[in-house]
Design a protein around this ligand. Structure first.
Ligand code: HEC
Ligand code: HEC
Ligand code: HEC
Ligand code: HEC
Ligand code: HEC
Ligand code: HEC
Ligand code: HEC
Ligand code: HEC
Ligand code: HEC
Length: 401
């Protein structure tokens, strides 16, 4: 059957006008479809000489619409026909080998929540073109790509922040907003930190599915390895698996990931164990230890900064403060194995470094009375000058009245 044609006269006129543009050999489709031709021109496909007919079929040698749209032609207007069409090349090892591209996208996609839904005939599920675009497809490393890490939350958000859609599937419409306000989102989107996870770091690229209980610690642990090791060594790993709690996410949340202030620890432990529980008291103890050691180290650093302002040599002190901080970091990590002893040991070391540093700086200050004396002397001279000036200004003002 022939496709509906515009009035032949108008069609001819358009064709003559467009003929001033010289299309690539065998790509006459673009004459009648300038919008797609332009979008396509900068795509990764155009650069590799994939043409219109490679996706749509038809005949690109003719300027006759009837003939152009004949034979193998397909519009791909049916979303559900798209994944298999892309897979004709992207699952073909021979075609992809020269580019060293993996060929598993379609297979993995079929295992995802999206692919499963599409296989059921669900048209609202994501197909390849929802994430990649159809004509303007670019490599994800291209900053103009819809999949560039900083653009990805908005691309997923096109559906996952759309309440009508999420309601229909019983999904949470706030995942994207929460991600944006959590440490990871802030770090990636506002801080430009490429090491921070985007949606696909935790959900997989083509296999999008929520990591279930038992996998969450592995997903988080792909970046937070040491924290995961500490977590596996403690009681929460088995305890949470048995209770069906999603490991790390049950304390930190999955999308609005954040740290806890010292005052929040009590409520955190109490949420699951109860306010009077032994576990909650243990949590408080651990936090008092880390908290007071941190205070001591902060004080030492402040004093070292002041001493630096007095032109004292403090390089060594800063080095020790740094060392104390690594103990504190280690202690925070060991919170995840919920053991008092190692935390106690590390906090003690950090605290004693802080105390030593402060002690030494005070001692050095004592040994430099002349210097300090000079500072005090100038302080008084300047203060006196300021008072005299202010007094004179007032006198002058009074006289003018
Ligand atoms: C002489 C002009 C002309 C040429 C050449 C032409 N087309 Fe079209 N094409 C049209 C017109 C007009 C329509 C809209 C009417 C219709 O649906 O047939 C259209 C529609 C389409 C559609 C949408 C069909 C749908 O059902 O939604 C696709 C896809 C398409 N063309 C692809 C191509 C490709 C690929 C080529 C080259 C192989 C090509 N066209 C060549 C004029 C042309
Ligand atoms: C990588 C595969 C691919 C290539 C190459 C491709 N298209 Fe398409 N095209 C699609 C898909 C998929 C659709 C379905 C609608 C959508 O996703 O935008 C489509 C839709 C269309 C439509 C319908 C209107 C629209 O934009 O939805 C036209 C017209 C069209 N393509 C023309 C072209 C022309 C002309 C070329 C070559 C310059 C081309 N296409 C190259 C995949 C492709
Ligand atoms: C005719 C074969 C063919 C078809 C059909 C095809 N592609 Fe491609 N695709 C290629 C080739 C060739 C490349 C270039 C590989 C390269 O440069 O790395 C490519 C590159 C890509 C890339 C960039 C890969 C990278 O990171 O370098 C993406 C994304 C992509 N295609 C998605 C799609 C989607 C989505 C569809 C379906 C709408 C599709 N392709 C249909 C052949 C095809
Ligand atoms: C839910 C969004 C989404 C869907 C649906 C999707 N992709 Fe992708 N795809 C991505 C992202 C994100 C990347 C970039 C991965 C990265 O950062 O390396 C990607 C990368 C690719 C690449 C580059 C090579 C690679 O594997 O990293 C190809 C080719 C590709 N996709 C093809 C497809 C095809 C074919 C389909 C449909 C069967 C599809 N994609 C469906 C999001 C999607
Ligand atoms: C075109 C709309 C659309 C886009 C774009 C989209 N999704 Fe989805 N997604 C859906 C729909 C619809 C479902 C529900 C499928 C079902 O439950 O059958 C879903 C399900 C999911 C699920 C499983 C949720 C659950 O608990 O079952 C995850 C995870 C997911 N998407 C992640 C992503 C990520 C990450 C991106 C971006 C890379 C993305 N989606 C882009 C429509 C979309
Ligand atoms: C740091 C890892 C991580 C990142 C980043 C992340 N997620 Fe999730 N997401 C999870 C975990 C873990 C779960 C499941 C938690 C559970 O089982 O309770 C989940 C669940 C989901 C669900 C299903 C829950 C529901 O009820 O809707 C969707 C949809 C989803 N994420 C989408 C996204 C999107 C979109 C992004 C990017 C804006 C994103 N996620 C970023 C870890 C992450
Ligand atoms: C792709 C790597 C990656 C994954 C996966 C990941 N994170 Fe992160 N995370 C980071 C980076 C990078 C930072 C540092 C952000 C910053 O401070 O700018 C971070 C920061 C954090 C912080 C705050 C720590 C601090 O020093 O401020 C917490 C808590 C956290 N992540 C927990 C999690 C949890 C829980 C998961 C799993 C649900 C997870 N992360 C998955 C890379 C990752
Ligand atoms: C029982 C609740 C709980 C669980 C489960 C938990 N955390 Fe924590 N996490 C904490 C507390 C409390 C802190 C210390 C206070 C702070 O810095 O937020 C912390 C701190 C952190 C930090 C920042 C300090 C550091 O070590 O860099 C990261 C990152 C982190 N957790 C990641 C994870 C990961 C990854 C998992 C899973 C393997 C996990 N957490 C499981 C409660 C938990
Ligand atoms: C999301 C819930 C949850 C949170 C929050 C939580 N725990 Fe637990 N905890 C558990 C589960 C589940 C177990 C294993 C079952 C049990 O023993 O009650 C457990 C076990 C323990 C154990 C093992 C000893 C025992 O009685 O079996 C200790 C110690 C512990 N938690 C301390 C803490 C501390 C300290 C905090 C706060 C930093 C905390 N928990 C926060 C859920 C949680």
């Amino acid at each position: 059957m022939r496709a509906a044609l515009p009035a032949p006269a108008i069609g001819l006129a358009i064709l003559f006008a467009l003929n001033t543009y010289a299309p690539a050999e065998g790509q006459k489709c673009g004459l009648c479809h300038p919008e797609q031709r332009v979008a396509f021109a900068d795509s990764v496909h155009a650069k590799e000489e994939v043409g219109c007919v490679d996706c749509h079929g038809g005949d690109a040698e003719t300027k006759d619409v009837g003939r152009a749209h004949r034979g193998s032609f397909r519009s791909l207007a049916d979303r559900l026909s798209v994944p298999a069409a892309c897979a004709e090349c992207h699952s073909d090892l021979d075609r992809m080998r020269p580019y060293n591209l993996p060929v598993d996208q379609y297979a993995v996609y079929l295992t995802s929540k999206h692919g499963q839904a599409a296989s059921r005939g669900e048209r609202r599920a994501a197909v390849c073109t929802d994430c990649h675009g159809s004509h303007d497809i670019r490599a994800a490393e291209d900053p103009a790509s819809s999949l560039y890490p900083t653009h990805l939350p908005a691309t997923c958000g096109g559906c996952h922040a759309d309440e009508a859609l999420t309601d229909a599937f019983g999904l949470d419409p706030t995942v994207v907003a929460k991600y944006r306000s959590g440490v990871h989102g802030v770090s990636l989107l506002e801080g430009g930190n490429a090491a921070a996870p985007n949606c696909t770091s935790c959900h997989g690229v083509h296999g999008a599915a929520p990591p279930g209980v038992g996998n969450v610690d592995k997903v988080c642990g792909s970046c937070h390895q040491q924290t995961r090791q500490a977590f596996l060594a403690g009681p929460h790993y088995r305890g949470m698996l048995d209770a069906g709690l999603p490991e790390c996410a049950s304390c930190h949340s999955n999308h609005e990931v954040r740290r806890f202030g010292a005052g929040e620890i009590e409520t955190l432990c109490a949420d699951c164990h109860g306010a009077d529980a032994e576990q909650t008291r243990l949590g408080q103890k651990i936090y008092t230890l880390i908290g007071s050691a941190t205070e001591e180290v902060d004080k030492a650093e402040e004093l070292a900064l002041e001493a630096q302002g007095l032109a004292m040599h403090v390089e060594d002190h800063f080095g020790r403060v740094e060392e104390a901080r690594t103990y504190l970091t280690e202690a925070l990590l060991l919170v995840h194995s919920v053991e008092l002893e190692p935390v106690d040991e590390l906090s003690r070391r950090a605290r004693s470094i802080g105390e030593e540093v402060r002690h030494e700086i005070y001692r050095d200050l004592d040994r430099r009375p002349a210097h300090i004396g000079l500072v005090v002397f100038w302080f008084y001279v300047l203060m006196t000058l300021a008072v005299v000036m202010a007094y004179k200004r007032r006198l002058a003002a009074d006289e003018r009245r």
